[in-house]
Design a protein around this ligand. Sequence first.
Ligand SMILES: NC(=O)c1ccc[n+]([C@@H]2O[C@H](COP(=O)([O-])OP(=O)(O)OC[C@H]3O[C@@H](n4cnc5c(N)ncnc54)[C@H](OP(=O)(O)O)[C@@H]3O)[C@@H](O)[C@H]2O)c1
Length: 351
Amino acid sequence: MDKKIPVGIIGATGAVGQRFISLLADHPWFEITDLLASERSAGQRYGDVVKWILPEPLPARIADLTVRQADAGQADARVLFSALPSSQARTLEPLFASRGHYIFSNASAFRMDEDVPLVITEVNPDHLDMIPIQQARRGWDGFIVCNANCTSTHLIGALHPLHLAFGVKKVFVATLQAASGAGYPGIPSMDLIDNIVPHSYGEEEKVETEPRKIMGDFVDGAFRFAQMTITAHCHRVPVLDGHTEAVSVALGKEATLEDILDAFRSYRRLPQELSLPSAPDPAVVVVEGMHRPQPRLDRMAGRGMATVVGRIRPCNLLDWRFSLLGHNTIRGAAGGSILNAELMAYWGRLG
Ligand SMILES: NC(=O)c1ccc[n+]([C@@H]2O[C@H](COP(=O)([O-])OP(=O)(O)OC[C@H]3O[C@@H](n4cnc5c(N)ncnc54)[C@H](OP(=O)(O)O)[C@@H]3O)[C@@H](O)[C@H]2O)c1
Protein backbone atom coordinates (compact mmCIF):
# COMPACT_ATOMS: atom_id res chain seq x y z
CA MET A 1 0.00 0.00 0.00
CA ASP A 2 1.63 3.33 -1.08
CA LYS A 3 -0.37 5.48 1.28
CA LYS A 4 -2.28 4.43 4.39
CA ILE A 5 -6.09 4.37 4.13
CA PRO A 6 -7.80 6.64 6.70
CA VAL A 7 -10.26 4.74 8.90
CA GLY A 8 -12.68 5.61 11.69
CA ILE A 9 -14.20 3.66 14.57
CA ILE A 10 -17.84 4.14 15.58
CA GLY A 11 -18.37 3.05 19.19
CA ALA A 12 -14.69 3.72 19.85
CA THR A 13 -14.97 3.85 23.65
CA GLY A 14 -16.44 0.35 24.19
CA ALA A 15 -14.82 -3.06 24.65
CA VAL A 16 -14.68 -3.78 20.91
CA GLY A 17 -13.89 -0.15 20.00
CA GLN A 18 -10.79 -0.33 22.20
CA ARG A 19 -9.70 -3.54 20.47
CA PHE A 20 -10.03 -1.75 17.14
CA ILE A 21 -7.75 1.00 18.41
CA SER A 22 -5.19 -1.44 19.72
CA LEU A 23 -5.17 -3.49 16.47
CA LEU A 24 -5.17 -0.46 14.15
CA ALA A 25 -2.74 1.82 16.00
CA ASP A 26 0.32 0.46 14.13
CA HIS A 27 -1.46 -1.08 11.17
CA PRO A 28 0.63 -1.15 7.98
CA TRP A 29 -2.29 -0.22 5.66
CA PHE A 30 -4.80 1.72 7.80
CA GLU A 31 -4.53 4.89 9.86
CA ILE A 32 -7.07 5.94 12.49
CA THR A 33 -8.40 9.44 11.79
CA ASP A 34 -11.91 9.42 13.32
CA LEU A 35 -13.30 8.26 16.66
CA LEU A 36 -17.06 8.38 17.12
CA ALA A 37 -19.26 7.52 20.08
CA SER A 38 -22.40 8.70 21.87
CA GLU A 39 -23.38 12.13 23.13
CA ARG A 40 -21.80 11.10 26.46
CA SER A 41 -18.30 11.13 24.96
CA ALA A 42 -18.65 13.56 22.06
CA GLY A 43 -16.51 16.71 22.03
CA GLN A 44 -14.04 15.31 24.55
CA ARG A 45 -10.43 14.17 24.22
CA TYR A 46 -10.50 10.35 23.77
CA GLY A 47 -7.90 9.79 26.51
CA ASP A 48 -10.05 11.74 28.98
CA VAL A 49 -13.35 10.02 28.26
CA VAL A 50 -12.38 6.38 27.65
CA LYS A 51 -12.07 3.90 30.50
CA TRP A 52 -9.18 2.00 28.86
CA ILE A 53 -9.43 -1.70 29.81
CA LEU A 54 -6.65 -3.26 27.70
CA PRO A 55 -3.26 -4.19 29.17
CA GLU A 56 -1.31 -2.41 26.41
CA PRO A 57 -1.05 1.38 26.79
CA LEU A 58 -3.43 3.66 24.90
CA PRO A 59 -1.33 5.19 22.07
CA ALA A 60 -0.67 8.89 22.76
CA ARG A 61 -1.70 10.04 19.26
CA ILE A 62 -5.08 8.33 19.66
CA ALA A 63 -5.59 9.65 23.21
CA ASP A 64 -5.34 13.18 21.81
CA LEU A 65 -8.07 12.76 19.18
CA THR A 66 -11.41 14.43 19.88
CA VAL A 67 -14.44 12.12 19.89
CA ARG A 68 -17.21 13.03 17.46
CA GLN A 69 -20.90 12.37 18.01
CA ALA A 70 -21.89 9.43 15.80
CA ASP A 71 -25.48 10.43 15.21
CA ALA A 72 -24.37 13.63 13.45
CA GLY A 73 -23.43 11.23 10.62
CA GLN A 74 -20.11 13.00 9.89
CA ALA A 75 -16.70 11.37 9.50
CA ASP A 76 -13.64 12.22 7.39
CA ALA A 77 -12.62 8.60 6.76
CA ARG A 78 -14.56 6.70 4.11
CA VAL A 79 -13.85 3.36 5.85
CA LEU A 80 -15.60 3.01 9.21
CA PHE A 81 -15.41 0.09 11.62
CA SER A 82 -18.58 -0.17 13.67
CA ALA A 83 -18.59 -1.37 17.28
CA LEU A 84 -22.04 0.00 18.04
CA PRO A 85 -24.72 -1.73 20.08
CA SER A 86 -27.17 -3.28 17.62
CA SER A 87 -29.99 -0.90 18.53
CA GLN A 88 -27.82 2.09 17.52
CA ALA A 89 -26.31 0.30 14.52
CA ARG A 90 -29.77 -0.14 13.03
CA THR A 91 -30.11 3.59 12.37
CA LEU A 92 -26.51 4.83 12.27
CA GLU A 93 -24.89 2.28 9.93
CA PRO A 94 -27.38 2.95 7.07
CA LEU A 95 -26.98 6.69 7.65
CA PHE A 96 -23.22 6.45 7.07
CA ALA A 97 -23.56 3.95 4.20
CA SER A 98 -26.04 6.28 2.48
CA ARG A 99 -23.40 9.02 2.77
CA GLY A 100 -20.84 6.90 0.93
CA HIS A 101 -19.04 5.27 3.86
CA TYR A 102 -17.83 1.67 3.82
CA ILE A 103 -19.04 0.07 7.06
CA PHE A 104 -17.42 -3.04 8.51
CA SER A 105 -19.80 -3.92 11.31
CA ASN A 106 -19.64 -6.02 14.44
CA ALA A 107 -23.28 -5.43 15.31
CA SER A 108 -25.97 -8.03 14.68
CA ALA A 109 -28.49 -5.52 13.25
CA PHE A 110 -28.00 -6.39 9.54
CA ARG A 111 -26.14 -9.72 9.70
CA MET A 112 -29.04 -11.79 8.41
CA ASP A 113 -30.34 -9.28 5.81
CA GLU A 114 -30.57 -10.90 2.40
CA ASP A 115 -28.35 -8.30 0.69
CA VAL A 116 -25.72 -7.95 3.46
CA PRO A 117 -22.56 -10.06 3.25
CA LEU A 118 -21.80 -11.80 6.55
CA VAL A 119 -18.16 -12.66 6.08
CA ILE A 120 -15.36 -14.63 7.69
CA THR A 121 -12.45 -13.87 5.41
CA GLU A 122 -11.17 -17.46 5.20
CA VAL A 123 -14.62 -18.92 4.59
CA ASN A 124 -16.76 -16.84 2.20
CA PRO A 125 -14.89 -13.90 0.64
CA ASP A 126 -17.01 -14.48 -2.51
CA HIS A 127 -20.05 -13.20 -0.56
CA LEU A 128 -18.48 -9.71 -0.82
CA ASP A 129 -19.71 -9.74 -4.42
CA MET A 130 -23.16 -8.95 -2.96
CA ILE A 131 -21.97 -5.37 -2.34
CA PRO A 132 -22.92 -3.90 -5.75
CA ILE A 133 -26.37 -5.52 -5.45
CA GLN A 134 -26.81 -4.03 -1.97
CA GLN A 135 -25.75 -0.61 -3.25
CA ALA A 136 -28.15 -0.75 -6.19
CA ARG A 137 -31.09 -1.96 -4.06
CA ARG A 138 -30.59 0.57 -1.30
CA GLY A 139 -29.36 3.48 -3.43
CA TRP A 140 -26.11 3.76 -1.43
CA ASP A 141 -22.62 4.75 -2.57
CA GLY A 142 -21.34 3.08 0.59
CA PHE A 143 -22.05 -0.39 1.93
CA ILE A 144 -22.41 -2.53 5.04
CA VAL A 145 -20.39 -5.73 5.47
CA CYS A 146 -20.85 -7.65 8.73
CA ASN A 147 -18.74 -10.13 10.57
CA ALA A 148 -20.21 -12.91 12.66
CA ASN A 149 -21.03 -13.05 16.33
CA CYS A 150 -17.93 -13.93 18.40
CA THR A 151 -19.17 -17.43 19.29
CA SER A 152 -20.22 -18.23 15.72
CA THR A 153 -16.87 -16.97 14.38
CA HIS A 154 -14.81 -19.54 16.24
CA LEU A 155 -17.37 -22.31 15.80
CA ILE A 156 -17.15 -21.72 12.04
CA GLY A 157 -13.36 -21.47 12.32
CA ALA A 158 -13.35 -25.13 13.40
CA LEU A 159 -16.34 -26.38 11.39
CA HIS A 160 -15.29 -25.01 8.00
CA PRO A 161 -12.22 -27.25 7.54
CA LEU A 162 -14.42 -30.25 8.45
CA HIS A 163 -17.22 -29.07 6.17
CA LEU A 164 -14.83 -28.76 3.21
CA ALA A 165 -13.35 -32.20 3.81
CA PHE A 166 -16.33 -34.29 4.94
CA GLY A 167 -19.53 -32.16 4.91
CA VAL A 168 -20.92 -31.22 8.34
CA LYS A 169 -24.50 -32.42 8.80
CA LYS A 170 -25.33 -31.87 12.49
CA VAL A 171 -23.72 -29.83 15.25
CA PHE A 172 -24.29 -29.78 19.00
CA VAL A 173 -22.43 -26.96 20.78
CA ALA A 174 -22.33 -25.91 24.44
CA THR A 175 -20.51 -22.62 25.05
CA LEU A 176 -18.61 -21.06 27.97
CA GLN A 177 -18.38 -17.41 26.95
CA ALA A 178 -16.12 -14.78 28.46
CA ALA A 179 -17.31 -11.70 30.37
CA SER A 180 -15.88 -9.24 27.82
CA GLY A 181 -18.34 -10.60 25.27
CA ALA A 182 -21.04 -8.58 27.01
CA GLY A 183 -19.17 -5.28 26.49
CA TYR A 184 -17.99 -2.90 29.19
CA PRO A 185 -19.00 -2.85 32.05
CA GLY A 186 -21.14 -5.80 30.97
CA ILE A 187 -22.76 -8.20 33.43
CA PRO A 188 -22.58 -6.95 37.07
CA SER A 189 -19.71 -8.69 38.89
CA MET A 190 -22.15 -9.83 41.61
CA ASP A 191 -24.01 -11.83 38.96
CA LEU A 192 -20.92 -13.43 37.42
CA ILE A 193 -18.36 -14.14 40.16
CA ASP A 194 -18.79 -17.68 41.51
CA ASN A 195 -21.44 -18.24 38.87
CA ILE A 196 -22.45 -19.22 35.34
CA VAL A 197 -25.21 -17.27 33.60
CA PRO A 198 -27.21 -18.91 30.78
CA HIS A 199 -27.68 -16.62 27.77
CA SER A 200 -31.15 -15.20 27.42
CA TYR A 201 -30.89 -12.66 24.54
CA GLY A 202 -30.90 -14.43 21.19
CA GLU A 203 -27.31 -15.71 21.36
CA GLU A 204 -28.31 -19.31 20.69
CA GLU A 205 -30.35 -18.31 17.62
CA LYS A 206 -27.31 -16.43 16.23
CA VAL A 207 -25.04 -19.43 16.72
CA GLU A 208 -27.62 -21.69 15.08
CA THR A 209 -28.15 -19.51 11.96
CA GLU A 210 -25.02 -17.42 11.19
CA PRO A 211 -22.83 -20.46 10.37
CA ARG A 212 -25.40 -21.63 7.82
CA LYS A 213 -25.32 -18.27 5.99
CA ILE A 214 -21.52 -18.02 6.08
CA MET A 215 -20.82 -21.62 5.03
CA GLY A 216 -23.54 -21.42 2.40
CA ASP A 217 -23.18 -20.40 -1.25
CA PHE A 218 -23.60 -17.13 -3.14
CA VAL A 219 -25.42 -18.07 -6.33
CA ASP A 220 -27.28 -15.88 -8.86
CA GLY A 221 -27.09 -12.84 -6.58
CA ALA A 222 -28.52 -14.63 -3.52
CA PHE A 223 -27.23 -16.42 -0.44
CA ARG A 224 -28.14 -20.12 -0.14
CA PHE A 225 -27.78 -21.41 3.40
CA ALA A 226 -25.71 -24.52 4.09
CA GLN A 227 -27.82 -27.60 4.81
CA MET A 228 -26.83 -28.41 8.38
CA THR A 229 -28.63 -28.51 11.72
CA ILE A 230 -27.06 -26.73 14.69
CA THR A 231 -28.25 -26.76 18.28
CA ALA A 232 -26.58 -24.42 20.79
CA HIS A 233 -26.52 -24.03 24.58
CA CYS A 234 -24.85 -20.72 25.49
CA HIS A 235 -23.49 -19.62 28.87
CA ARG A 236 -21.52 -16.66 30.26
CA VAL A 237 -18.69 -17.73 32.59
CA PRO A 238 -16.31 -15.74 34.84
CA VAL A 239 -13.43 -15.66 32.33
CA LEU A 240 -12.19 -12.26 31.12
CA ASP A 241 -11.45 -13.01 27.43
CA GLY A 242 -11.78 -16.15 25.31
CA HIS A 243 -14.84 -18.21 24.49
CA THR A 244 -14.66 -22.00 24.94
CA GLU A 245 -17.05 -24.28 23.06
CA ALA A 246 -17.70 -28.02 23.46
CA VAL A 247 -18.72 -29.35 20.04
CA SER A 248 -20.09 -32.63 18.65
CA VAL A 249 -20.49 -33.11 14.91
CA ALA A 250 -22.09 -35.58 12.51
CA LEU A 251 -20.18 -35.73 9.23
CA GLY A 252 -21.33 -36.59 5.70
CA LYS A 253 -18.41 -38.99 5.22
CA GLU A 254 -16.54 -41.32 7.52
CA ALA A 255 -13.37 -39.80 8.91
CA THR A 256 -10.56 -41.10 11.11
CA LEU A 257 -8.76 -39.05 13.74
CA GLU A 258 -5.87 -38.66 11.28
CA ASP A 259 -8.28 -37.37 8.60
CA ILE A 260 -9.69 -34.80 11.03
CA LEU A 261 -6.26 -33.66 12.19
CA ASP A 262 -5.19 -33.34 8.57
CA ALA A 263 -8.30 -31.26 7.72
CA PHE A 264 -7.48 -28.82 10.54
CA ARG A 265 -3.73 -28.68 9.94
CA SER A 266 -3.91 -28.25 6.17
CA TYR A 267 -6.53 -25.47 6.32
CA ARG A 268 -4.97 -22.52 4.45
CA ARG A 269 -7.24 -20.04 2.73
CA LEU A 270 -7.08 -16.70 0.90
CA PRO A 271 -5.93 -14.56 3.88
CA GLN A 272 -3.05 -16.97 4.51
CA GLU A 273 -2.15 -17.28 0.82
CA LEU A 274 -2.13 -13.49 0.42
CA SER A 275 -0.34 -12.99 3.78
CA LEU A 276 -2.84 -10.29 4.76
CA PRO A 277 -1.42 -8.31 7.71
CA SER A 278 -3.86 -9.69 10.32
CA ALA A 279 -4.15 -13.23 8.94
CA PRO A 280 -3.24 -15.96 11.42
CA ASP A 281 -1.13 -18.71 9.92
CA PRO A 282 -2.16 -21.34 10.79
CA ALA A 283 -5.78 -20.25 11.07
CA VAL A 284 -6.59 -23.33 13.13
CA VAL A 285 -4.18 -24.32 15.89
CA VAL A 286 -4.42 -27.91 17.13
CA VAL A 287 -3.33 -28.35 20.74
CA GLU A 288 -2.43 -31.67 22.28
CA GLY A 289 -3.39 -33.10 25.68
CA MET A 290 -6.81 -33.59 27.24
CA HIS A 291 -6.44 -30.45 29.39
CA ARG A 292 -6.25 -28.00 26.46
CA PRO A 293 -7.45 -25.59 25.12
CA GLN A 294 -7.74 -23.20 28.08
CA PRO A 295 -8.57 -19.47 27.90
CA ARG A 296 -5.51 -18.22 29.80
CA LEU A 297 -3.10 -20.41 27.86
CA ASP A 298 -4.54 -20.39 24.36
CA ARG A 299 -6.62 -17.28 23.64
CA MET A 300 -3.68 -15.34 22.13
CA ALA A 301 -2.86 -18.05 19.56
CA GLY A 302 -2.14 -16.35 16.23
CA ARG A 303 -2.15 -12.96 18.04
CA GLY A 304 -5.76 -13.68 19.08
CA MET A 305 -6.80 -14.35 15.46
CA ALA A 306 -6.64 -18.17 15.39
CA THR A 307 -9.20 -20.76 16.48
CA VAL A 308 -7.70 -23.36 18.81
CA VAL A 309 -9.01 -26.95 18.82
CA GLY A 310 -8.18 -29.90 21.02
CA ARG A 311 -9.60 -32.94 22.84
CA ILE A 312 -10.66 -34.48 19.50
CA ARG A 313 -12.28 -37.82 20.21
CA PRO A 314 -15.17 -40.05 19.10
CA CYS A 315 -18.65 -38.97 20.22
CA ASN A 316 -21.26 -41.34 21.67
CA LEU A 317 -24.14 -39.35 20.12
CA LEU A 318 -22.76 -37.97 16.83
CA ASP A 319 -19.49 -38.87 15.05
CA TRP A 320 -16.74 -36.73 16.63
CA ARG A 321 -16.41 -34.27 19.50
CA PHE A 322 -13.81 -31.66 20.39
CA SER A 323 -13.26 -28.45 22.35
CA LEU A 324 -12.46 -25.14 20.71
CA LEU A 325 -11.41 -21.77 21.99
CA GLY A 326 -10.98 -18.32 20.48
CA HIS A 327 -10.50 -14.71 21.47
CA ASN A 328 -13.88 -13.00 21.40
CA THR A 329 -12.91 -9.34 21.04
CA ILE A 330 -9.94 -9.95 18.70
CA ARG A 331 -10.88 -12.57 16.06
CA GLY A 332 -14.48 -12.68 17.33
CA ALA A 333 -14.99 -8.95 16.78
CA ALA A 334 -12.51 -6.19 15.83
CA GLY A 335 -9.88 -8.46 14.22
CA GLY A 336 -12.51 -10.19 12.09
CA SER A 337 -13.69 -6.84 10.67
CA ILE A 338 -10.15 -5.68 10.04
CA LEU A 339 -9.26 -8.86 8.13
CA ASN A 340 -12.34 -8.35 5.90
CA ALA A 341 -11.25 -4.75 5.25
CA GLU A 342 -7.69 -5.89 4.49
CA LEU A 343 -8.96 -8.22 1.77
CA MET A 344 -11.08 -5.42 0.28
CA ALA A 345 -8.05 -3.10 0.41
CA TYR A 346 -5.87 -5.78 -1.23
CA TRP A 347 -8.45 -6.06 -4.03
CA GLY A 348 -8.44 -2.25 -4.41
CA ARG A 349 -12.11 -2.04 -3.47
CA LEU A 350 -11.81 0.62 -0.74
CA GLY A 351 -11.04 3.54 -3.07
N1 LIG B 1 -17.64 -7.83 23.11
C1 LIG B 1 -17.56 -8.81 22.21
O1 LIG B 1 -16.86 -9.84 22.41
C2 LIG B 1 -18.29 -8.71 20.91
C3 LIG B 1 -18.03 -9.66 19.95
C4 LIG B 1 -18.68 -9.59 18.72
C5 LIG B 1 -19.56 -8.57 18.49
N2 LIG B 1 -19.82 -7.65 19.45
C6 LIG B 1 -20.75 -6.56 19.10
O2 LIG B 1 -19.97 -5.36 18.96
C7 LIG B 1 -20.77 -4.24 19.34
C8 LIG B 1 -20.03 -3.45 20.42
O3 LIG B 1 -19.89 -4.28 21.56
P1 LIG B 1 -19.05 -3.84 22.86
O4 LIG B 1 -18.90 -5.09 23.61
O5 LIG B 1 -17.86 -3.06 22.48
O6 LIG B 1 -20.10 -2.81 23.56
P2 LIG B 1 -19.83 -1.67 24.65
O7 LIG B 1 -18.58 -1.97 25.42
O8 LIG B 1 -21.09 -1.50 25.39
O9 LIG B 1 -19.55 -0.32 23.77
C9 LIG B 1 -20.57 0.33 23.06
C10 LIG B 1 -20.01 1.52 22.27
O10 LIG B 1 -21.06 2.12 21.51
C11 LIG B 1 -21.16 3.51 21.83
N3 LIG B 1 -22.55 3.95 21.79
C12 LIG B 1 -23.56 3.58 22.60
N4 LIG B 1 -24.69 4.26 22.27
C13 LIG B 1 -24.36 5.07 21.23
C14 LIG B 1 -25.08 6.03 20.46
N5 LIG B 1 -26.38 6.30 20.68
N6 LIG B 1 -24.42 6.69 19.48
C15 LIG B 1 -23.10 6.45 19.26
N7 LIG B 1 -22.37 5.57 19.97
C16 LIG B 1 -23.00 4.89 20.94
C17 LIG B 1 -20.56 3.66 23.22
O11 LIG B 1 -20.13 5.00 23.34
P3 LIG B 1 -20.18 5.81 24.76
O12 LIG B 1 -19.03 5.31 25.57
O13 LIG B 1 -20.03 7.23 24.32
O14 LIG B 1 -21.51 5.52 25.38
C18 LIG B 1 -19.42 2.64 23.13
O15 LIG B 1 -18.33 3.22 22.44
C19 LIG B 1 -22.12 -4.79 19.79
O16 LIG B 1 -23.03 -4.75 18.71
C20 LIG B 1 -21.79 -6.23 20.15
O17 LIG B 1 -22.90 -7.08 20.07
C21 LIG B 1 -19.19 -7.68 20.64
